[in-house]
Design a protein around this ligand. Structure first.
Ligand code: NAD
Ligand code: TYD
Length: 352
């Protein structure tokens, strides 16, 4: 079975590909534009595998997508490709519309054309899985019930609005053309290979460098934290057993305030890599200007995926954050290259 993965050189996609390649009989074709967030080095360990093919390209390039679909005849397409950082979407939203909306639309269209030409068995087996976010549902107040799959969409940032648009398009392609789609809406992921612009890796690396730990506003915003490999397992379950046309919320059952997350990272670092002064890293916490339109709370109800597919998160925040911090401590070279931009030179050298 071949799966076409888009955006597989980013954080979640690279973890997903590494997991899937451990299974027998699965080949992956990864198309990734290698934006600042994409790093082919994230998959250097599987680079030589005959079950792995990397293609540098844009999901909006329909000629390239058509060519790949014809050549590789995938049984499924999983779309991870996106501009994914809320803060960047506030500063320059255009890239988010270009990839998350227009790019996704072109990818869907190419998928529909490919799918419609398959024989009946191929048509029935094909799946298009869109990886989305809980941010499409907007923001909760303390005490509100967690987001369920039937919540209305109320996106508040250009990022979440672009993802909500994409989810609507995916739904429409199922309803109108019968394309066998699946959508997952997950909470905040954390784990290995996350680009250090997102909260958890940023805090880990700033702390190790003795830099301030920026907490937006009062730090009382809450997020649900999902360990990345748990998320990857959920995607595989939805792909294999999800009901066509349905959406599934995926979460880690670990709701925490940002301040508690930052404090937890500090306390684990205090234990694993104490500062030279012996002082807790917590003294580096600095409250900074809040993000405009900052969503107060996300929480996801994962009853559906648990009951229908039997998936449940394996990691608690306590176990997942230790693994994550240990990974960043053990992978200083990756960190240095990502942060210095030297990984781009590696890519040019490797792929021309
Ligand atoms: P990421 O930013 O780490 O990776 C995105 C990848 O997509 C990068 O490799 C990038 O090069 C690639 N890409 C961007 N534009 C492209 C284009 N036009 N064509 C081809 N490739 C392109 O993101 P991530 O954290 O791995 O997120 C993956 C998906 O999961 C995204 O769709 C995101 O919206 C969703 N998601 C992420 C989180 C999270 O906490 N990280 C939470 C919910 C949903
Ligand atoms: P982030 O990792 O950007 O994910 P998202 O915006 O998709 O939830 O941010 C997680 C939370 O942490 C969010 O409430 C914003 C907050 N945050 C900070 O307080 N400081 C920071 O430097 C960053 C990057 C985020």
């Amino acid at each position: 079975m071949t799966i076409l993965v888009t955006g597989g050189s980013g954080f979640i996609g690279s973890n997903f590909i590494r997991n899937v390649l451990q299974l027998d009989g699965v080949s992956i074709v990864n198309i990734d534009k290698l934006t600042y967030a994409g790093n082919a080095e994230n998959l250097s360990d599987v680079e030589g595998s005959r079950y792995y093919t990397f293609v540098k390209g844009d999901i909006g390039d329909h000629e390239l997508i058509n060519e790949l679909l014809t050549k590789h005849q995938p049984r499924a397409i999983i779309n991870f490709a996106a501009e994914s950082h809320v803060d960047r979407s506030i500063v320059s939203p255009e890239d988010f519309i270009a990839t998350n909306v227009v790019g996704l639309f072109r990818l869907l269209n190419a998928s529909k054309d490919y799918w419609s030409k398959l024989d009946e068995t191929g048509k029935a087996a094909f799946r298009f899985l869109q990886v989305s976010t809980d941010e499409v549902y907007g923001s909760l107040e303390a005490g509100d019930p967690a987001f369920s799959e039937t919540n209305r969409f109320e996106p508040n940032s250009p990022y979440s609005a672009s993802k909500a648009s994409a989810d609507h398009l995916v739904r429409a392609y199922h309803q109108t053309y019968g394309l066998p789609t699946l959508t997952t809406n997950c909470s905040n992921n954390y784990g290995s290979f996350q680009f250090p612009e997102k909260l958890i890796p940023l805090i880990i690396l700033n702390a190790l460098d003795g830099k301030n730990l920026p907490v937006y506003g009062d730090g009382q915003q809450t997020r649900d934290w999902l360990y990345v490999t748990d998320h990857c397992d959920a995607i595989a379950d939805v792909l294999n057993r999800g009901v066509v046309g349905e959406t599934y919320n995926i979460g880690g059952e670990s709701e925490m305030t940002n301040l508690d997350v930052v404090r937890k990272v500090c306390s684990v670092l205090d234990e694993l890599r104490p500062s030279i002064s012996g002082e807790s890293y917590e003294h580096l916490i600095e409250y900074v200007t809040d993000r405009p339109g900052h969503d107060r709370r996300y929480a996801v109800d994962i009853t559906k995926v648990k009951q229908e597919l039997g998936w449940t998160p394996k990691q608690t925040f306590e176990s997942g954050i230790r693994k994550t911090i240990q990974w960043y401590l053990d992978n200083q070279e990756w960190v240095d290259r990502v942060r210095s931009g030297a990984y781009r030179e590696w890519i040019i050298k490797q792929y021309g």
